[in-house]
Design a protein around this ligand. Structure first.
Ligand code: SAH
Length: 218
């Protein structure tokens, strides 16, 4: 397999430095930091970009889409898992499969929905090469979640939704959390919604910038 351990800019040491920066940026969960330290982010990128994999930036993954920056992935995983291992998580907007691979270390099972078939093919290939077997990637429109796998301990949305539909909230277990960028264009807020015994609580975390959620499959 292609450069699993990595060398130079893709080495374990470079990844450890990324994790140190994540800690400085406020990521605390040992579970999440350990997952970030162990997933070889460079292997989710095309070769020409692998040397930049551990920089604090989103990077192109083709089809006009991006892999979120390490801190964005770590923060949303931390908000989703609340420091505890999970049973089953839904990711909406699987992209290259990187965040799904991180979530696969935090949950027994990950369902990841991605609308662009080419990205689905590449993500499946990369996850297979890494022998990550607990991620199911579906080529579908995830705007309304994936009811067949529900209920979920957490739902992580990787593309900005104009609002959070009730159908999506309904796929959370009691106590489960949904983490999503909500808004349009440049005005987006990361929102955490928690399912209570009765109803939902909602908290706005910070301004963020994600690619938009789009309808249909491509
Ligand atoms: N978590 C990804 C980030 C990908 S960017 C990673 O680690 O690489 C967001 C992704 O959401 C894009 O790949 C885009 O195609 C996808 N997307 C946008 N709208 C969608 C929808 N309605 N259903 C499923 N995926 C969607």
């Amino acid at each position: 397999m292609n450069n699993l351990a990595g060398i130079g800019m893709t080495s374990q040491r470079t990844r450890a430095r990324m994790v140190d920066r994540l800690r400085e940026q406020g990521v605390k969960s040992p579970l999440v930091l350990d997952a970030m330290a162990n997933v070889p982010r460079h292997l989710f990128l095309e070769e020409g970009l692998q040397h930049r994999a551990y920089e604090d930036t989103p990077l192109p993954i083709g089809e006009g889409q991006t892999i979120s920056s390490p801190v964005t992935v770590a923060q949303s995983c931390e908000l989703a898992c609340q420091g505890k291992p999970m049973e089953i998580v839904l990711e909406i907007g699987g992209g290259c499969g990187y965040q799904a691979a991180v979530l696969a270390r935090l949950a027994k099972k990950v369902v990841s929905v991605e609308r662009i078939a080419k990205l689905v093919g590449r993500a499946r290939h990369t996850l297979r090469e890494l022998r990550i077997n607990n991620v199911l990637i579906k080529n579908a429109d995830g705007s309304l979640g994936y009811p067949a796998g529900a209920p979920y301990d957490a739902i992580v949305v990787a593309a900005a939704m104009p609002y959070v539909p009730d159908e999506l909230k309904a796929q959370l277990k009691p106590g489960g959390r949904l983490v999503a960028p909500v808004g349009r264009g440049d005005v987006q807020t990361l929102v955490v919604i928690e399912a209570r015994e009765k109803g939902y609580s909602e908290r706005q975390v910070e301004a963020v910038k994600f690619v938009p959620l789009l309808p249909g499959v491509a």
